[in-house]
Design a protein around this ligand. Structure first.
Ligand SMILES: Nc1ncnc2c1ncn2[C@@H]1O[C@H](COP(=O)(O)OP(=O)(O)O)[C@@H](O)[C@H]1O
Length: 326
């Protein structure tokens, strides 16, 4: 019998836990139930599933919205964060935390940068790469020779997490108002191709795109394979138009100009999504969210990486999938 080779490395993925110690509710349009309290148990299921799996993950990617914005008006932000971090505390592998809109509903950017949700201490300090602007939460690491992960900040240009009087805030306000004429900026513009210009989304500054350019140029030269992760999806075929990053097209253009990129992973759109960018062979995966997953199911995955592919084994609502490197 021929044994299949072991993976080079393995990682876990989970997103949109949105924990709050409150009764079930619904999304804005009342089409999906949200299980705020039992999302904590689903996080526990993920951590024990990863711990018990035959090939244990070397690290975990948490793609944002770990606790829900409803914690803030209840004065429960810190208690909710403590509750989820207690679950991670006994987990033996590194957890890379992405920031989503719900992180900014609960905490300021400077609070996040001092919190355990800032996992940038796991960044590779590469003398060859240029540093990213200090107020941007983005970093890179290489868990295995020939592979690189880049964590990006989807709320770099946003009304969330930027101080009301700052230049960054005013730039974001000018941009959103150009496209969104509604009184309530959380209410999306009616035109589908502009519907992403809401307050619960954001985008990537030129500084962050330039930094990514420099990281990917080095990766191209080294013939590495790069997986990029962030909270907001960037390919229109991988998600609902209302969930896309404001300047998704700018980031797509960067990805398309670098041969090293093999995959982009995001959260935010709780129904998940997937597409293959045919021109480049880049896989765009939007991971199903925990918060809209019933207590008798699950929403987490294990991804095993081989020289020519990534094999995703999903739990509960997340389907198994194979991503071939082109
Ligand atoms: N269509 C909409 N019109 C007005 N406000 C909305 C709309 N959709 C969402 N919101 C508001 O935007 C905020 C973020 O929405 P939410 O559904 O919590 O985001 P997420 O999908 O990230 O959980 C909430 O305050 C919500 O009430």
């Amino acid at each position: 019998m021929e044994l299949s080779p072991p993976p080079l490395f393995t990682f876990g993925v989970i997103t949109d836990v949105q924990y709050a110690d409150i009764d079930d509710g619904f999304n804005f349009s009342r089409t999906r139930r949200r299980y705020y309290r039992s999302s904590l148990q689903l996080l526990r299921n993920a951590l024990s599933g990863w711990s018990l799996s035959a090939v244990k993950p070397d690290f975990v990617l948490q793609l944002g919205d770990l606790i829900d914005g409803f914690n803030k008006p209840r004065g429960a932000s810190q208690a909710a964060l403590d509750a989820v971090l207690r679950e991670f505390a006994s987990f033996p592998a590194k957890v890379h935390h992405v920031w989503g809109n719900h992180e900014f509903y609960n905490f300021s950017r400077s609070e996040l940068m001092k919190s355990p949700l800032d996992s940038s201490s796991y960044a590779e300090r590469s003398p060859t790469g240029s540093p990213v602007r200090e107020d941007i939460y983005a970093y890179q690491f290489s868990p295995f020779p020939g592979f690189r992960f880049v964590l990006l900040d989807s709320y770099d240009v946003s009304l969330l997490g930027r101080q009301g009087s700052s230049l960054h805030y005013n730039t974001a306000m000018d941009l959103i108002k150009l496209h969104n004429k509604n009184q309530d900026l959380n209410c999306p513009p009616e035109l589908k191709h502009l519907s992403r210009f809401t307050m619960f989304n954001g985008g990537f500054s030129q500084d962050q795109l330039d930094w990514l350019e420099s990281v990917l140029s080095v990766a191209d030269e080294k013939k590495e394979r790069v997986i990029i992760v962030s909270h907001l999806p960037i390919h229109p075929d991988s998600t609902d138009a209302v969930c896309l990053a404001w300047n998704y097209d700018d980031l797509l253009a960067v990805l398309r100009s670098h041969s090293s990129v093999v995959c982009y992973m995001a959260g935010h759109a709780h129904d998940g999504g997937y597409c293959l960018d045919k021109d480049t062979g880049v896989h765009h995966l939007t991971v199903d969210g925990v918060i809209e997953t019933p207590p008798d199911s699950d929403a987490y995955a294990v991804v095993s990486v081989y020289t020519d592919r990534m094999v995703l084994t999903g739990s509960g609502r997340i389907a198994d999938q194979v991503f071939l490197f082109s």
